[in-house]
Design a protein around this ligand. Structure first.
Ligand code: PMP
Length: 403
């Protein structure tokens, strides 16, 4: 017998399983609306031209070595990331009370941040939105948080934020609970709080002494504007909160598999920074020792050069505009078909995703009858849509809703 006989098969990860089923499906009209990655108008992955350009430049540079990066990463990268998040002229940066740690994309930032809060501040309770990105729960529990809680976020009937529910749940949270907040383009619902709502969230969190942990996986991707998408984080900093924020470059740079991310940390006084950095160093040291260089070099070079930065901003605009166009096209097509129900939420939602409101049974029907793959929650990746498949998808939705 094997000592490994004790190991039981674990459950599949829904989004990756669906992706595999899609790949294996031989139907000619199959459509993949699952995984949160950008696709162009031909349905193909897109390497950003500015990234290709940088990679060619890096490959030709014989002076570049494969020596280890420092444990906390490339400083040029972490500084540029903090500036992008907070705005280069943010007083917190000038005061030396904001810094970054290079991490393994957004997920790595969540993991390092959560482990740090648990280990050093002894925080054990965290709140995530209902619903949220499916990995939040696991990452925090694996980081040592023992008490997962949810705050109400989505009102299924109104297809809007259950704001009263959210405020009530935060009001009842124990002091020092860590509140996970989506900086913009909430995944999976695509609906963010308004500025007034953010102000009320900050009021409650201040009063209840709760700790904000922002997850910023889509800066620039939501509105096409980097500053607008960072509004909530900047507002909390302006209000005087200490906070952390996991920044991912997977989507806005299309660097999914390079695992490029930054954990931004803002504290109330610059004198605290050295101790925090030293303890974060030990956390990273015991987890993966130090981060990879390639993606961080690409991002740091682009963020640090006015011309390349402008080029990148055009790419973000292009991607976010295509998503917005597809939202409008899908809604228009459903209206044209007379599909029952209101489809306004599709264009009100922002970011990559739409929470369509399709039921689990309708989703199963779409997969079986039409080979259209989407999460059982009804979430679709809008940029899986393109001019060649949008009519097929709209007709399928119509059929699923009316059958
Ligand atoms: N947070 C949210 C809300 C996300 O949607 C994602 C990506 N799906 C991530 C974090 C992390 O992504 P990554 O680790 O690839 O940066």
């Amino acid at each position: 017998g094997s000592r490994f006989q004790v190991v039981e098969q674990g459950p599949p990860i829904e989004v990756f399983q669906l992706n595999r089923l899609f790949t294996e499906d031989s139907h000619q009209n199959k459509v993949n609306l699952t995984v949160g990655a950008y696709r162009d108008e031909k349905g193909k992955p897109w390497v950003l031209p500015v990234v290709r350009k940088m990679e060619k430049q890096l490959a030709a540079d014989d002076t570049l070595l494969h020596e280890y990066l420092p444990v906390l990463g490339l400083e040029q990268f972490t500084n540029a990331s903090v500036s992008m998040l907070l705005g280069a002229d943010n007083p917190a940066i000038a005061a030396g009370r904001a810094f970054g740690v290079q991490v393994l994309s957004g997920t790595g930032g969540l993991r390092v941040g959560a482990e740090f809060l648990n280990k050093h501040l002894k925080y054990t309770t965290f709140y995530y939105s209902s619903p949220t990105w499916e990995n939040h729960h696991l990452v925090f529990v694996n980081s040592g948080f023992t008490t997962p809680r949810q705050y109400r976020y989505w009102d299924e009937k109104a297809r809007a934020i259950d704001f009263d529910g959210l405020i009530e749940d935060l009001s009842n949270a124990p002091e020092n609970s860590v509140i996970l907040l989506h900086a913009c383009a909430h995944n999976p619902t695509g609906i963010d709080p308004t500025h007034e709502q953010w102000e009320k969230i900050a009021d409650v969190m201040e009063e209840r002494k709760l700790f904000p942990f922002f997850d910023s996986a889509y800066q620039g991707f939501a509105s096409g504007d980097l500053d607008r998408d960072a509004w909530a984080v900047r507002y909390f900093v302006k209000r005087g909160f200490e906070l952390v924020c996991a920044q991912s470059y997977a989507k806005n740079f299309g660097l999914y598999n390079e695992r490029v991310g930054n954990l931004a940390v803002v504290v109330s006084d610059a004198s605290l920074v050295a101790a925090l950095k030293s303890q974060l160093t030990w956390i990273v040291r015991g987890m993966y020792s130090n981060p990879p260089a390639h993606g961080a070099r690409v991002v740091a070079t682009v963020l640090g050069d006015k011309q390349l930065f402008d080029l990148w901003r055009d790419h973000i605009k292009q991607m976010s505009s295509r998503v917005i166009q597809m939202r409008e096209a899908l809604r228009a097509e459903l209206i044209r078909l007379g599909t029952p129900g209101s489809w306004d939420h599709i264009v009100k939602q922002i970011g990559l995703f739409s929470y369509t409101g399709l039921t689990q049974r309708q989703v199963e029907y779409l997969v079986q009858e039409y080979h259209i793959y989407l999460l059982k929650s009804g979430r679709i990746n809008v940029c899986g849509l393109n001019p060649s498949n949008i009519q097929y998808v709209a007709r399928a939705f119509h059929d699923a809703v009316t059958k």
